[in-house]
Write a protein that binds this ligand. Structure first.
Ligand code: NDP
Ligand code: BG6
Length: 491
């Protein structure tokens, strides 16, 4: 039986895209399971002048596909209220406070508050500070928690400034920085695979692992978000947050216990031992790309997308080689890549183990092909599971080895979506799957070095064809090290 959590959730940006597409469905799923039920309320805000009923109708619409049980939806939505509010209007916070107090009393919430800022990032600091100065934080409940959407800054300096603003109002353990990749089933499974299995953890180091590859591929382009994306680019949009978080989970030492403080402490240590590149290393170890037109003319080049300047040098693809200067990983590169308009929508991690030092099957008359790499592949999306490639004898006459995949795929029915998991964690006060400030800071310091080099060097864009796996230089990055991507098209 699910444990019911008591909380008033104050949602800034309550009419926005994220709220209606992801947050309300996630909350409904928590309601359906009983994680929230009688003692919760959602107070939505934005500038739009909506009545409670209009807001409730909007929420009803956004959760309609989650259930056929109309009564359940109606009961859920009855816990919602709305106040039109401009977050820059300091005086008006008293109206929010009164409404929050009223809902708190009505649903016997006992002062537990979650402030979720699902708005453009330039408002994050303002809202946090106004919440504090205008006394919306309670002192009679178990918690006041702040949830912050991405992006968290656009470089170390701006991230630090934002963090200082948040820290003036909330303690680090009250701040939950969302990285929705940390809510994904198979990303959370990395810890189980590593620390629950001697056969992996004992080999999880530079003696046995040749390299690790992380691919976050998207077949879509920038869609409606060009205005944001063109100012960001793939390095900031995907590498600084999602990829660095995955890297830290793969690279960290075993935490003392499976607790947020212990896990965060190991992730930070891992990120701090990542080699921060100088100009020469950044130029040679990172590759950027921007898609052009498809050969059939059906996909237009990035530079012709709506709201993208015709001379944009924003990268829609990044590949890179990351090196750790620590005992576990020295000499074992982590290769990463991500991009828009690639060959498909998928996320995977390929852990490539070293071959046996001696291939005893490779005597000339054996006819055996050389041994394959053992590869542990973690399939994050669209399928969720993992497979382990091993060499085995085939069942023909003679003795020939061939690769065999031992694979496990999860039944995806009823797997909670990332926002459902993450909001549940916020209600529980579990920060495991959120980015802590030291992690964010280390990730920016690494990424800033690449960005600085790219900002002064002119790229030769466009340089890849939609529907491929990015520019040729991304393959050359590995070929230079006598390696190749485990996932290739036309293999
Ligand atoms: P939207 O632009 O769709 O929504 C913004 C919301 O903020 C609206 O409700 C808007 O309502 C409100 N708002 C804007 N200005 C003010 C103001 N001055 N005072 C009060 N409310 C205001 O943004 P998204 O929902 O797409 O994004 C929200 C956050 O989530 C951003 O940080 C984004 O980066 C992040 N995010 C979004 C994703 C997505 O898929 N949408 C994915 C990952 C992260 P109104 O104009 O009526 O005031
Ligand atoms: C977001 C990025 O954080 O992640 C988007 O801003 C990207 O550009 C998205 O499309 C990908 O997330 P997912 O869960 O679809 O892989």
């Amino acid at each position: 039986m699910a444990k019911e959590r008591r909380a008033l959730i104050m949602l800034f940006g309550g009419t926005g895209d994220l709220a209606t597409r992801k947050l309300y469905p996630a909350l409904f799923n928590l309601y359906e399971k009983g994680n929230i039920r009688d003692h919760f309320a959602v107070l939505g805000t934005s500038r739009a002048e909506l009545s409670d009923d209009e807001f409730k109708a909007m929420v009803t619409k956004s959760v309609a596909k989650e259930s056929n049980d109309k009564k359940m939806i109606q009961d859920f939505v009855s816990h919602f209220a709305y106040v039109a509010h401009d977050v820059t209007d300091v005086k008006h916070y008293s109206v929010l406070r009164e409404k929050a107090d009223e809902l708190d009393k009505k649903y016997e919430i006992n002062g537990n508050r979650v402030f979720y800022i699902s708005m453009a990032p330039n408002f994050f600091g303002t809202v946090a500070q106004n919440l504090k100065t205008q006394h919306l934080l309670t002192d009679n409940g178990e918690f006041n928690r702040l949830v912050i959407e991405k992006p968290f800054g656009r470089d170390y300096k701006s991230a630090k400034q934002l963090n200082d603003e948040l820290s003036a109002a909330f303690d680090e353990n009250q701040i939950f920085r969302i990285d929705h990749y940390l809510g994904k089933e198979m990303i959370q499974n990395i810890e189980a695979i590593r620390f629950g299995n001697t056969i992996f953890e004992a080999l999880w180091n530079n003696r046995y692992i040749d390299n690790i590859q992380i691919t976050l591929a998207e077949d879509l382009g920038v869609e409606e978000r060009a205005g944001y994306y063109d100012n960001s680019g793939a390095l900031r949009d995907m590498v600084q947050n999602h990829i660095m978080q995955i890297v830290s989970l793969l690279a960290m030492e075993q935490p003392v216990a499976f607790k947020d403080v212990d896990i965060r402490s190991e992730k930070v240590k891992a990120l701090r031992s990542l080699r921060v590149y100088d100009v020469i290393e950044a130029s040679s170890n990172f590759v950027r790309g921007q898609y052009g037109e498809s050969p059939d003319g059906k996909t237009k080049p990035y530079r012709e997308e709506d709201d993208v300047p015709a001379d944009s040098n924003t990268e829609t693809f990044v590949a890179g080689k990351l090196l750790f200067d620590n005992y576990r990983w020295s000499g074992t590169p982590f290769y990463i890549r991500t991009g828009k308009k690639l060959a498909g929508k998928f996320t995977r991690v390929d852990v490539v183990f070293k071959k046996p030092l001696v291939d005893i099957f490779a005597f000339p008359q054996s006819g055996s092909t050389p041994l394959n790499d053992n590869v542990l592949t973690i399939f994050v999306e669209p399928n969720q599971g993992f497979s382990l490639r091993v060499n085995a004898k085939n069942n023909e006459q003679g003795f020939h080895t061939e690769p065999v995949d031992l694979s496990y795929m999860e039944d995806q029915k009823d797997v909670p979506q990332p926002y459902e998991r993450l909001i549940h964690d916020v209600l529980k006060g579990d920060g495991t799957n959120f980015s802590s400030w030291p992690e964010v800071a280390s990730a920016w310091k690494f990424v800033d070095q690449i960005r600085q080099v790219w900002d002064i060097q002119q790229p030769n864009f466009p340089n890849y064809i939609p529907g491929t796996m990015g520019p040729v230089a991304a393959d050359e990055l590995l070929a230079r090290d006598n390696r190749q991507w485990v996932y290739r098209i036309n293999q």
